[in-house]
Design a protein around this ligand. Structure first.
Ligand SMILES: C[S@@+](CC[C@H](N)C(=O)[O-])C[C@H]1O[C@@H](n2cnc3c(N)ncnc32)[C@H](O)[C@@H]1O
Length: 201
């Protein structure tokens, strides 16, 4: 398949380097990462190359895995195995013991129930003291960080009423309920954040 025919998102091209810059500060000797909602596979491909000692296991809902694997298989990277089917709404994610978990631009696409299930599932796949990286836009105390995020939220909800930019406070509460403590909230370009959590002992 020609490179131009692989799954592609301009947003991923724009955000992958800023994301790398943040991840570099937290990833050193860890050897395993689970990505949820891998999408086009661009983050997996780019970041697996940058962290050659990190086994980057990407995943997405079953209906999206074939599409995602077009890029993953074309990348031919030793540390980037084929994506696994994983819907966060499944009671048993069927995998465990990752040191890191990453997801980008997914919580505002999923329903609120799916976001809850995302957090509920994390302790079953993540080692104690493991880190969770969540990239995307958030609201704070009900307020958008920018007018463009408010417009983006309108667009999301018009497309699917179950989608929507999540409140940081709600995310932090859901995280705390499963033993995830906020390490840092990093402001990113284009009105996004990276929330980093650590799973308590
Ligand atoms: C906007 S895309 C983001 C994809 C990619 N991470 C990125 O940054 O471009 C949202 C992703 O969420 C995934 N998704 C939606 N519902 C999901 C669920 N219940 N479980 C896992 N992934 C889900 C979609 O399949 C899609 O890949």
């Amino acid at each position: 398949m020609l490179k131009e025919q692989l799954p592609y998102s301009q947003a991923c091209e724009n955000n992958k380097k800023p994301i790398l810059k943040v991840l570099r500060q937290y990833i050193s000797n860890q050897s395993s990462l689970l990505e949820i909602a891998g999408g086009t596979g661009q983050h997996g491909e780019f970041l697996a190359k940058k962290f050659p000692n990190l086994h980057w296991q990407t995943s997405d809902v079953p209906a999206a895995v074939g599409h995602l694997n077009l890029r993953i298989s074309a990348a031919k990277l030793k540390n980037l195995p084929l994506a696994l089917p994983l819907d966060v709404n499944n009671a048993n994610w069927g995998m465990n013991n990752y040191e890191l978990l990453f997801t980008a631009n997914s919580l505002h696409i999923m329903s609120v129930k799916s976001v809850e299930n995302f957090f509920t599932g994390i302790p079953s796949v993540l080692k104690k003291q493991g880190l969770v990286f969540i990239y995307g836009p958030f609201k704070y105390e009900g307020n958008y960080t920018t007018e463009s995020n408010a417009q983006f939220d309108d667009w999301l909800r018009a497309r699917n009423p179950e989608s929507g930019i999540r409140d940081f406070e709600d995310i932090n509460t859901l995280a705390a309920e499963v033993g995830l403590n906020l390490v840092v909230d990093v402001g990113m370009p284009a009105n996004n954040q990276i929330l980093i959590f650590s799973l308590a002992e």
